[in-house]
Design a protein around this ligand. Sequence first.
Ligand code: SF4
Length: 405
Amino acid sequence: MKPCALYVHIPFCKSKCAYCDFFSVVCKASIDNAYIRHLIEEAGTRVAQFDVSEWSTIYFGGGTPSLLALNQIETLISGLKAVRPAAENAEITFECNPDDITVELLETLKKCGVNRLSVGLQAMNDKPLALVNRRAHRAENLRALKLLAEHWLEPQQIVPQKLVRGAQPHYDAPQNLPESPCPKHRLSVDLICGLPGQTAQDFFAGLEDIISCGADHISLYSLTLEEDTPLYKAVDSGKVKLPEAEETDSWWIKARDTLEKSGFAQYEVSNFAKQGCRSRHNMTYWQMLPYIGIGAGATGTVGSLRYTNSRSIKDWLCGAGEERELLPPEIQQFEYLMMAFRTVDGADAVEFETRFGKSLDVIEPVFSNWCRRGLAEKNGSRYALNKQGLLLLNRFLEEIICFFE
Ligand code: SF4
């Protein structure tokens, strides 16, 4: 029996954001208790299937987990812990939309042992938020930050008090903050760079608000236009205009540098954390460790087996529609590198050889070339892209994929 990470998918949203291609359905009424019951049942089936001893991390994602009623959250978390206990100090993350945050929700999550919130603020200005159909606009985001400051974070986590106390958020990013241990109630915030209607001024003011909100982890994404989303269609038809890519690329780089100066170290392409506050659950994916996914549309990978649950909630509730694939060794090897090179730690040649019985020397010609161009570094047995190299990750992966075909 071994510990395993658990992902719990709650595929319901009150409305769809225009850029989103995640699997979720619009749910105006409350979430059916049958969904909660079946999540617990599936957890029971999966632990038997994969011989799981305890949950190393638990991540409630979506969709919108914060749409669950308080009693459903209690039933779900206690049910999952009854199936298998959470490991000591397990990271338990719960994704929240800002407008769902209430004192009662925060108290319930604390009571259930949730110790990390991931809040999708995305921006702090009304125009870009409205153009992508986000439910929460600036006022709701500020209200959420105020509640988090008062009912979730410890007082020492708040950097300046201006944002949460006053009407006029403004923040001077502190330089080289002392490194602090990870707090008891952790907070991660998402921000998107390059939304329609976003100006440089909006974006950097939003970044300052977020740096000062007490978060220990920030995900800084560049907007990606996914086909088949309403935003893609609106941009394609000329109805909505995005800021120029060249301009937003330079915003992202400047934001990365601001975050680093403010005590948030980049540890993955889009993720920044204070010391000790990396997302342990997401590190499971980037290190290709086993994880179980439960819920409609969820995926799990244990060893070479990957399963994907049906996206039809009706089918999933009947236990139907699961797809399984056995990953061939070359696919596993390339996926391992694809995930490892997303992080600043990169890939370890010794670990690669132990896992796959194959030497990482195969990528040496490409890697040496990237080192000569100042985009990658080798440290002992570790191969990693540096910050400049991470900006070109996809190009690097295109150059090494031929060794795994
Ligand atoms: S709330 Fe999240 S999952 Fe739901 S539509 Fe918006 S981005 Fe997608």
